[in-house]
Design a protein around this ligand. Sequence first.
Ligand code: AP5
Length: 221
Amino acid sequence: MRSTVNLILMGPPGAGKGTQATRLCAELKVPKISTGEILRENVRDSTKLGHAAQGHMDAGQLVPDHLIVEMAMERLDRPDTHSGFVLDGFPRTTIQAQSLADRLGEQGRAVSGALLIEVSDATIVERVAGRRVCAQCGHSYHVDYDPPRNPNRCDDDDALLIQRDDDKAEVIRRRLTVYHEQTSPLISYYGERNLLHRVDGTLSPSQVYRQIETRLAALPS
Ligand code: AP5
């Protein structure tokens, strides 16, 4: 597999972006940049950004572009991203995608590829209902597909596993609508730039990962 990539993982909520990003980053030894995780940390720490974001997140809406772009750019400007990165959950609007391209371009960098993990809405609703996350470290599990060793306890720190507030049935339906309305235009955006690579996200996590490896091997160096 290539050792340096500036990669975007796209797909609907619950498609498996975080699951695949974690494995990919361990393999490539590059940072995982998850805007959802950064936002949840800010909410937990009661920062100004956390206060501004929480209402949008709880309602299943996107956090406004100006807040997200500033947060993502601050992270991408750090030196650990210079040998590559995996973006999980960013960009999510055309404004965010254009801001990313502009900033990377100013720095002589560019997106290497955008991997779209495709999963139907019905599968998403079922998957997200079974997701449990560690209240302390954020590690994600699934009650059937990726259970913890001890029920309701995190394998890493033994903290309690909880359901995310935005995983409740009515909120996930809103998140899917928001995805189709505001994020799916990025499929054409990256397709037109020959950066889009599709992955079947309905297979097992390992099979999905193998597809990602194949797509990465085919990226121009
Ligand atoms: P965020 O945390 O990014 O949520 P998301 O994109 O909706 O994605 P999820 O974390 O829900 O799912 P995932 O695709 O990572 O799936 P996972 O691997 O966990 O964002 C949360 C909120 O923050 C947004 O709603 C928004 O308000 C805000 N936000 C974040 N970024 C933003 C941005 N750029 N702009 C504006 N607002 C932003 O897997 C899901 C479950 O399925 C897990 O239980 C997992 O174990 C299981 N699973 C994974 N893969 C498989 C598989 N292949 N088969 C079976 N089960 C699987």
